[in-house]
Design a protein around this ligand. Structure first.
Ligand code: C2O
Ligand code: CU
Ligand code: CU
Length: 559
């Protein structure tokens, strides 16, 4: 036991893990290392010509291998090392945290877990880190004891046992650390991956479009990170960054910086997950190297599985924690063309209403005023500000046969939650003394902010003050439906063509919703469950620095 741990801490590389392209990047020494804002690396995500690293695609085992769960899992949270950046800057791999497991004779690191809806999921978590940790199954409807509540955080050397039925419909869920006050750091350093649930709807779609996981159906986690000159991951939030959230300046798709992927003229499914600590993306597919027109893409799913009908759009916001399942038809471009999945520029709306003018401060308490002043005094160390435009992934179109497939007009059935007579609960976000609060509260382990009745349908009206910043709000244990948005900023309203101020990412079943400054978002939640006894879950901001700083509350569903 001790021996194994020493080995791990000493830096198990995840070698022997197949997918060699993933582990050994080609050196890009020829590319400029000096000058410019990205002086340490050739990985400027703004420069299209840099996109030359092969996108990592999950394979059958090894790092992010697809693991079809067929037996109880023994998962170990481990400190390891991982070659995140190619080139001379990173001859030594970066320290990294990984979930490791073995299944059917294969080793996996941060496996993409795949399981059938209705199946039983059994796993143990062994904490082989030198600090506390716990796993949370993001988006899954589980008993509270199985959810990875921060109070279930276990110390080094301890074990936690999970055993629950996967009650969710098919969809792209994920799992990540929820260690009390350490979530941001641990998730950033690696402790996160996908949890894919399959069902009839999913299989029908895969069949109709001839989709194959890992080939034409690609889980794609988007993250932004900072690295030092040695290619090691950096996480050192200053006061400003612990308050506003940590931003990276190297953008990674499946942990590949400046990623490129070859596609043939056919339809691809991309299961987009924003696994960033704090960055919001405004995603679009843009033709050519120099910012051509945005190409249409088709949204087929959101957080909790497929939406009712495919919806074609040209852009969508994706906030931390959210998923967006999209189809991109590469036949819109010719062989030899390139298409960039990029994040378009947008107004980050940070310190909204406070900038420069004392008028914006009107109505704030002096405590708030001081907090805001301090907040604005610091700056982010990221060279890529929130709202900046950059590339995420280059798709290079190669010759190939056009597969003749037809997208079904109906993907699934979403029964609207019946809200007649449902009570409306006000959830007010605010800021005080450099902390963001929910209903005036900062997280206390033993404090229950409110109780809801088992089986009750509630409408939560989440409002964000004008002075502040966007918050992606996430609920544990239950999925919800977005009813309405009020007072949305113009950059959101411009794409809100689904009624009641809703944009495409508001459709279907959700567990995370972005709330902009000045905005009110009304959601419906059905608290029906068949777990014995009362259940305590958290509701929090998925800006992970905000979560760790206490922008989180407990709520209890009564027995
Ligand atoms: Cu993905 Cu409590 O969060
Ligand atoms: Cu969650
Ligand atoms: Cu927040």
């Amino acid at each position: 036991m001790l021996k194994r741990r020493q080995l791990l801490v000493g830096g198990v590389t995840v070698a022997g893990a197949g997918g060699a392209a993933w582990l050994y990047y080609r050196s890009r020494a020829s590319q400029a290392l000096g000058g410019g804002p990205f002086r340490h690396y050739p990985f400027d995500p703004v420069a299209a010509e840099n996109f030359q690293q092969k996108l990592f695609i999950p394979v059958a085992s090894g790092p992010f291998g697809v693991l079809d769960v067929a037996a109880p899992l023994k998962i170990r949270a481990t400190a390891a090392s991982f070659p995140l950046l190619p080139g001379p800057a990173s001859q030594a791999p970066s320290p990294f945290l990984l979930y490791q497991t073995e299944h059917a004779g294969q080793a996996y690191q941060n496996p993409i877990l795949r399981i059938e809806s209705g199946a039983r999921f059994t796993a143990s978590l062994d904490n082989e880190l030198t600090e506390p940790t716990i796993i949370h199954w993001h988006g899954l409807h589980t008993p509270a004891k199985m959810d990875g509540h921060p109070s279930d955080t276990i110390g080094p050397g301890a074990r936690y046992d999970y055993d629950f039925t996967v009650r969710n419909r098919g969809g792209t869920y994920w799992y990540h650390t929820h260690a009390h006050e350490l979530t941001a750091k641990q998730a950033y350093n690696g402790l996160a991956s996908f949890f894919l649930v399959d069902d009839e709807d999913q299989r029908k779609l895969a069949k109709a479009l001839d989709l194959k996981l890992g080939v034409t159906d690609l889980p794609l986690v988007i993250q932004d990170k900072q690295f030092d000159a040695q290619g090691k991951l950096v996480y050192r939030p200053n006061m400003h960054e612990s308050m506003m959230g940590w931003l990276g300046d190297i953008v990674l798709a499946n942990l590949t910086p400046n990623a490129v992927h070859a596609v043939t003229p056919r339809t691809y499914r991309l299961r987009l997950l924003n696994g960033s600590n704090a960055r919001i993306y405004r995603l679009a597919f843009v033709k050519g190297d120099s910012g051509g027109p945005s190409l249409p893409f088709t949204v087929i799913g959101t957080d909790g599985g497929l939406i009712e009908r495919p919806e074609t759009v040209t852009e969508a916001f994706l906030a931390p924690g959210e998923r967006l399942d999209v189809l991109f038809d590469a036949a819109q471009a010719q062989p030899g063309d390139t298409v960039f999945l990029k994040s378009l520029a947008f107004d980050p709306m940070e310190n909204e209403g406070a900038a420069g003018a004392s008028g914006g401060m009107a109505g704030m308490s002096s405590q708030n005023h001081q907090g805001m002043g301090q907040m604005m005094a610091g700056t982010s160390t990221s060279r890529l500000p929130l709202g900046a435009a950059f590339n995420v992934l280059k798709l290079s179109v190669t010759a190939g046969d056009r597969a003749a497939t037809t997208l079904p007009t109906v993907l699934s059935e979403i029964k609207p939650i019946r809200t007649e007579g449902a009570p409306e609960r006000k959830i007010e976000l605010s800021m005080q003394a450099m902390r963001f609060l929910i209903n005036g509260l900062t997280f206390r382990m033993d404090e229950i902010a409110f109780e809801v009745k088992r089986g009750a349908v509630e409408i939560w009206s989440i409002s964000n003050p004008t002075v502040g910043m966007p918050h992606p709000m996430h609920i544990h244990g239950f999925s919800f439906q977005v009813l309405e948005r009020l007072n949305s900023p113009p950059q959101w309203s411009a794409t809100a063509r689904f009624g009641k101020g809703r944009a495409v990412s508001d459709l279907g079943w959700k567990d995370t919703v972005l709330v902009w400054p000045g905005e009110t978002v009304r959601i419906a939640i059905d608290f029906a469950h068949d777990f014995p006894g009362s259940q305590t879950y958290v509701f929090h901001c998925h800006n992970l620095e905000h979560e760790d700083a206490g922008m989180m509350i407990n709520f209890r569903v009564q027995a």
